[in-house]
Design a protein around this ligand. Structure first.
Ligand code: PLP
Length: 266
């Protein structure tokens, strides 16, 4: 079984001295416009496996066999430099190449990434320490071994019982109005996700047994459902590059909502 890490939100996270994308057989990073490294769209894949690197490079480049990967001795840089040989004889694919223009934008951001990661992580630790003081707000737990945490969203859990029953939807709306920025729920559970509709892929001839095994209706995700419907409060990562005073404003806004919760209609 191959392990593929979805690192779309985790550029730079370091666990026990190792960066995400280096744990599995393949790591996949997104450069879509909302991510911490962005070229508008696009992404990158990491692997230490030469055979996979060759196939992935070919899949990216119309199925062409990369020259450099197969000619360099093992352990050398596995990028193909865009050279290819024996056109069309390797694997069937399409054109998934990023442009050089996107690569230039990303290279510039790489030089700032480490400093931004450290700033976001320090700010998140500070904000969590302040939010922990408010009854009804629970910060995310930091996993053991995490030395540097990257953030796509900054998220905390909300308990409506501590806010006189104010539903999380109204809490998010009030917080958004106080702060003038978007406050969102976490992603919807996978078995009800707009983007995960495997049974609609009828261009492949899949057996009934296989379709049963990938049917999202076959499992329930009550914990995710509860987080999505009742508890999650999420900010875009850009707030974590703010000044400390701006982070304090988030805490003040929550305290204000709590103090005036009886005046909010829902
Ligand atoms: C968790 C997760 N994985 C993968 C992706 C896919 O990334 P992309 O939009 O670059 O295909 C996203 C996109 O938002 C994501 O949130």
């Amino acid at each position: 079984v191959y392990l593929i890490e979805d690192c779309a939100h985790q550029h730079g996270t370091t666990i026990n001295g190792k960066r995400v994308g280096a744990f599995g057989d393949i790591g996949s990073f997104s450069f879509q416009q909302s991510k911490v490294l962005t070229a508008g769209e696009g992404g990158a894949i990491t692997t230490s496996n030469r055979e996979l690197a060759e196939k992935l490079d070919a899949l990216r480049n119309c199925g062409r066999r990369p020259v450099r990967i197969i000619s360099e001795p093992a352990g050398e840089d596995m990028r193909s430099d865009g050279f290819y040989g024996e056109e069309g004889n390797f694997i069937h694919s399409g054109n998934y190449r990023m442009t050089e223009f996107q690569a230039v934008m990303l290279s510039c951001q790489l030089s700032r990434l480490d400093a931004q990661l450290r700033q976001r992580d320090a700010n998140a630790i500070y904000l969590n320490s302040r939010l922990r003081e408010i009854d009804g707000i629970s910060p995310m737990r930091r996993e053991l071994g995490v030395e540097l945490q990257s953030y796509f969203n900054f998220v905390f859990r909300y308990n409506q019982n501590a806010f006189k029953g104010l539903p999380v939807q109204q809490f998010r709306a009030a917080l958004s109005a106080e702060l003038g920025c978007e406050v969102e729920p976490c992603y919807e559970p996978l078995n009800n996700c707009q983007l995960y509709r495997p049974l609609t892929k009828n261009r492949y001839k899949l057996s009934a047994e296989y379709l049963d095994q990938i049917n999202p209706a076959r499992f329930a995700l009550p914990v995710c459902e509860n987080a999505y419907q009742k508890e999650s409060v999420a900010f875009h990562h850009s707030i974590l590059l703010a000044e400390k005073g701006d982070l304090d404003d988030i805490v003040k806004a929550i305290v204000k909502i709590k103090a005036h919760v009886a005046e909010i209609r829902w």
